[in-house]
Unconditional design. Structure first.
Length: 84
């Protein structure tokens, strides 16, 4: 019997705004989060004082409802709106 949550491995359609950051879909939710973190680290967007916070650039502000800074838990909630 397979382990884990099968919903995480199900390919999801992604919005054009999210595709600008993680690439074209469909992608499983786990891959979306992985690619999002790759983008954050590549562009040095993780707050140095508080590593739980992500400082948004122009592409991420669109995903984060215009917020300049979100914590990592809020980030996953906001990005979920771009998955279907």
């Amino acid at each position: 019997m397979p382990r884990g949550n099968p919903a995480i491995n199900k390919p999801m359609n992604i919005s054009a705004e999210l595709a600008a950051v993680v690439g074209a879909g469909p992608l499983p939710r786990g891959q979306v989060v992985k690619k999002l973190w790759e983008y954050i680290k590549k562009n040095n967007l993780q707050d140095q004082a508080n590593k739980r916070n992500i400082n948004a650039d122009d592409k991420l502000k669109v995903l984060f409802d215009g917020k300049a800074c979100v914590n990592m838990f809020e980030m996953t909630k906001l990005v979920a709106k771009h998955l279907s």
